[in-house]
Design a protein around this ligand. Sequence first.
Ligand code: G3I
Length: 731
Amino acid sequence: MKKLLIRSASVATVMSLLTACGIEEHSKDVEFPDNVSVILESEAPEVQEEFSVVTATSLKALAPGLNIGVAVPAGGNSNSILNSPDSKTVIQQYFSQLSAENIMKQTSLQPEQGTFFYDDADALVQYAKDNSLTVHGHVLVWHSQIADWMQDFEGNEAQWITMMEEHATQVATHFEEAGDNDTVTSWDVVNEAFMENGEYRGAKTTTDSADASVWYENIGEKFIPLAFKAARAADPDADLYYNDYNLIWNSDKLGAVIDMVEAMQADGVPIDGVGFQSHISVNSPDISTIKAQFQKVVDIRPKIKLKITELDVRMNNDNNTDFTTLTAARAEEQKDYYHDIVEAYLDIVPEDQRGGITVWGIVDGDSWLQNFPAPTVEWPLLFNDDFTPKPALQGFANALEEADFTPAPETPPFFNTDFETDLDSWGPRGDATVTLDTTEAHSGNNSALVLGRTANWQGISKSVVGLFTAGESYNVSAWVKLSDDASTVTPDMKLTLEINHGAGDGTTEYLEMTTPVTVSAGDWVELTGTYAHTITTVANSANLYVEGNEITVDFYVDDISITPSSPAVEEPVVPAELIADGDFEDGIGSWGPRGDATVTLETTEAHAGNNSALVVGRTANWQGISKSVVGLFTASESYNVSAWVKLSDDASTVTPSMKLTLEINHGEGDGTTEYLEMTTPVTVAAGDWVELTGTYTHTITTVANSANLYVEGSEITVDFYVDDISVKLVQ
Ligand code: G3I
């Protein structure tokens, strides 16, 4: 049955629509074809109520330091925000980050093998840059929305890896900008690699037709770490996310993602965060479930970020199109739910782990949900189709307002001239004339006008002796505009620093602080760059100046600023895993029995991955699984140690006490043997995996004759599995 919903239309309009559809009978009692039902919204028995008033005028201003994002159509899409002044107004007023809804996906960026198409994405990124917005890149590797050539690619595993890495590398490199002024600050590196049951998509463990992924099928699960490594190599300072849907409620799926993240961290693969897409329905999932799911990611160590990447809240449940109109009461429910989700995020996710919150679209009418799972009518977003804010936006804003944000540290420019009061000791360089202009400004009311130059290097200049410190870097910026709007002359312009070494070697240096920009008539243009000061001698004179060639054109200058660039953020050190074969995924490795026990590889039980080790037939308490670790530990260092154990008999009533022990035999030294408890003993009951964990400080300075790490337990009548034995240096 197709439903035809007609909003706010007169009966005459409806009748003409029906005629256009080939339905001839012009009567309200017309029999429509069986597969069509018409709902006239004006006839729906709704009690019209007042929608609650929205007073919030921003979201980003309420959340200093937090990315508040929105996904936007661009490129050839008929709703491209670049052709929509209303969209731009809303974006610039409320949001601080953009995601490309479609145009940065693989099919858009590499439509033919080896042919990359960046025009649309570049235009969007430029718009973001011009308006001080960042971009969350979506997406480098996904099984969906890939070009036919990629879907049908024929090659062996190595060729598939090369092809995948080539795309990730090319794209991430294209959007990487030198210095720390990147517009694309984060990437969804891999999207939707898991199924609902926690298996890899493509593992064919379900009959679901969506269980297909060319990446998993041709490369295996390592396609994920390979993609992250390629992205990091191409863009060292972007945050790299794994992104998926239903993580906000599905524990099996989130558990699999967390296992993957931890395995990547243990192997030193760069991953900075998990993206929760969060396409959800009003009041489902409940807030306690959402909080519990957030907490699981927050607890990962080393810490990673959590980003809500694609939030929308549909009013109808999947496959249920009961609501054909958004009443005030329902809008209020949505407002409360948006509030509660944002509040839950801010409650559970500490500031240093917040990647931000992105809503998947601006106005309801443009949401992908209007066509999913079938054409329907939905109101999942924050704005009505006329760009007025919905109560949902007020809910979002209220939660931000109620939260405590640490104000972002102020980094005011330490050098700034906006010409609002006077020329601020700027003067002419050479024969030029410089005057204060009160009719033109890049910001505020005034600018400086440079006219009557007789040589290229003439312009506007100011002494800056002592301003710069050797070894420091600075972000510099100045805005210029030709005074003749009709000028056909296009000068190259830049900001220059002239250093005169005076008492030193007496030479003068001219340092380009910004690369020259060709300036055309019509608009303000920014001259911007990063300048590293390397001069250690005290200058006799130092002058900053804005200059241009083409001396026949005069120009305005405004907003000249210099800010020390923030020191590079140090990447968290991921402690290396010192036990290479503790997960038993590649076999039993160098582990063996201790005493009379028997140790075998087990492929049906695992704490993570597929395998574990099974310890059976112990004849004494101290027997178990053991490995030689001579030389592994360094005196006075501390180590985080962990091992997971599970009794093999799920019905066992015997509850052994279990621990991880280090046996050191001093051999040539005093010949004694020490047994050091690395974890305190834990009483293990049947049914579930239990972690043995502790911090061990190595105090032994002599070289041991033998050293063995082993997992042991009392109660020799029970057999047990062991998995994920881990030793990491405390950094
Ligand atoms: O641009 C063409 C247009 O020329 C053509 O006439 C029209 C007819 O079908 O299709 C248009 O392309 C559509 C495109 O959106 C732009 O509107 C595609 O068919 C349609 O499949 C595509 O849907 C996008 C969907 O991803 C594709 O999987 C949605 O806009 C987009 O919101 C959605 O976003 C995904 C995220 O990337 C990943 N997470 C889930 C999320 C929602 O599905």
